[in-house]
Design a binder for this molecule. Sequence first.
Ligand code: PLZ
Length: 447
Amino acid sequence: MNPTLMDTEIAQERRLVTEIPGPRSQALLAKKTEAVSSGVGVGLPVFIERAGGGVLVDVDGNHLIDMGSGIAVTTVGNANPMVADAVASQARDLTHTCFMVTPYEGYVDVCEALNRLTPGDHAKRSALFNSGAEAVENAVKIARYATKRPAVVVLEHGYHGRTNLTMALTAKNMPYKEGFGPFAPEIYRVPMSYPFRDGPHGGKEVALWATTKIDKEVGPHNVAAIVVEPIQGEGGFVVPAPGFIAGLAEFAREHGIVFIADEIQSGFCRTGDWFAMEHEGVVPDMITTAKGIAGGMPLAAVTGRAELMDAVHAGGLGGTYGGNPVACAAGLAAIRWMEDNDACALARTIESVMMPRLKAMQENFPQIGDIRGRGAMLAIELVEPGTTNANAALAAALNKHCHSHGVVTLTAGTYGNVFRFLPPLTMPMPLLEEALSVLESGFEACV
Ligand code: PLZ
């Protein structure tokens, strides 16, 4: 492995020195309960102090294997030294001006990098924001402005954020939407290709169901944008069947609808390509990015066709912190790291180690109904053997087992029965193997 990948002083091992959570984490959890809104939950209540490579170190000194990257954020590794140096140096020079008041070069450099790296060789422009949800909101604003149309089409199982508009775009009620309505109007949800659950119906056929619904129930001339995740994130790493994304994109093109790829979770080398859309052979009109873009600093973007991005009146887009100089410096460093270290190849190596292990587990444990994803964005869907009936209880039990054995794992999916893997690309292979062994012992213990 390239030595820069392992540029951390943290011992790359799973080491449990207390129960999980340990006494100091438990004390902090009690403090959290008193200070933090209970609406903000935590998946695994160990308080983290340091992290790097493939390891999170908690306040009790436990070393945990990180199979989540803070939900696909620390793709270049946590506290990546290139990112940390760029952040420190930028923070000493300048922390903020507000780009809309007096600009600075880092913002422009991030936009140039995005215009260069995102799919398509057409003229592009970008605008920067703070969070994924904010990027999606702005993509919709721009599409509505440019098309002068109100409607937005999204997919079953999709996730786009927690703000009012993006909650409306998000499919799943609990925990994202319950009690938080009323939601923004003019959002229409159409079928998503879900190969594990679609029986004989292929991507083109499901795309036809979706476009027919738009045709009959919305009217394509009313639709500003179709927003899709090329691989769904929170929805359970659903990889649509071939032809589905292309079918929707073709329909969008025919009807002057802006085709928006939400690559907030799947982007920046996560799937073994810079962007998951490349695998579909589709060039979106607009793409939203966040998470992996800046190694943990809050940065998000909309990148799109110049004529769309330049349609909005000056002053129509912005925000106090969007494209903050420190976040931009982190983004540029993270992008440089991904280019220097061939991050896409690292993601593919992770897939090549994980896939055979997961397939071998499936032989022994028929509760694994489906294995899917690409690169370092992989998941297993858990079912009652021989059926597609969701087994959310097993997902929860496995998650608990992994947590108590020092592996930070995440679940996902509309039915809560998907176990997903998002390791940082700096994960040492022996640790990856060990995390899989813990999972395997979880199956042995739980089924
Ligand atoms: N679009 C595709 O995956 C964020 C959500 C975690 P923000 N996914 C993690 C949670 O429970 O809040 C996400 C995404 C896709 C948009 C978003 C929203 O990004 O940065 O969380 O706003």
